[in-house]
Design a protein around this ligand. Structure first.
Ligand code: SAH
Length: 247
């Protein structure tokens, strides 16, 4: 579905093997579940995102990847900005951050050394002010409104790409270019379907809810990893107290 517009995005996608980032169907152009109600986006979506951000993902650029999930795009961004660049990945599920670090280590551990990629377990809606402003902000989960806090962390001349719209409803990828005078030019792009940018408890509630739907399977002895996750995991303390750097 679709074509890759820039040679650079093509080369980066070819250099970043999806088999390191998902255990299931790495070469199917379809999102794959990676646990904790998260998923790695489809390959065409990754291609589209890299094309849209290509001009801004120059050597030495600073990038914020909100809802970094599998870490696939985090790695692509790091490859594009090179050793002088910096990519901050924010993900609110600690297990996913650990998983993404393992994924990148299996792909190319040097992307993590020297601090080119840094992951933080925290609420991505708050961004990561300490490394702001950013040349690029990418959000891998949908919001009804563009989070103002994130926009304030974008550099003049910088670009943000994110899915806008209600979960389960019509969503569009939007590209926001912050001009030198601080005004923002918005471009509505293709229709997409993303999981919501939400809080951890709400993401876990979606797990419980979907398990109610699979009541029938439960009685047949069908158990998912997510179920154990919900049952045995203590409720999360407040974000502010648990934002932490993971290396
Ligand atoms: N670009 C990623 C997309 C992962 S799906 C990839 O292709 O692998 C979106 C991710 O956003 C999920 O992992 C989910 O846990 C995370 N997420 C949702 N709300 C969040 C929030 N408020 N803060 C940080 N991460 C969030």
């Amino acid at each position: 579905m679709g074509t890759i517009k820039t040679e650079r995005a093509f080369n980066i996608l070819m250099a970043t093997n999806r088999r390191h980032y998902t255990k299931t169907n790495p070469y199917q152009d379809w999102p794959q579940n990676i646990g904790y109600r998260s998923r790695i986006s489809a390959a065409h979506l990754h291609a589209y995102s890299l094309d849209a951000l290509n001009d801004k993902l120059i050597e030495g650029a600073t990038v914020l990847d909100v809802g970094s999930g599998s870490g696939y795009l985090t790695s692509c961004f790091a490859r594009m900005v090179g050793p002088a660049g910096r990519v901050i990945g924010i993900e609110h599920i600690p297990e996913l951050v650990e998983q993404s670090i393992a994924n990148i280590n299996s792909d190319d551990p040097t992307l993590l050394t020297g601090g080119r990629i840094q992951f933080f377990v925290s609420d991505g809606r708050l961004g990561y002010p300490a490394a702001a402003p950013y040349d690029v902000i990418y959000v891998g989960a949908s919001t009804v409104e563009v989070p103002k806090t994130l926009l304030s962390q974008l550099k003049p001349g910088g670009r943000m790409v994110l899915p806008v719209g209600k979960y389960g409803d019509i969503q569009y990828y939007e590209q926001l270019d912050k001009q030198e005078d601080g005004t923002v030019v918005i471009k509505k792009m293709m229709r997409v379907q993303f999981i919501p940018l939400t809080d951890e408890a709400a993401q876990m509630q979606r797990i419980t809810w979907s398990l109610k739907l699979s009541h029938h399977h439960w009685h047949q002895g069908f158990r998912t990893r997510d179920f154990f996750f919900v049952r045995h995991r203590p409720s999360p303390p407040h974000y502010a107290s648990r934002a932490r750097l993971v290396t």
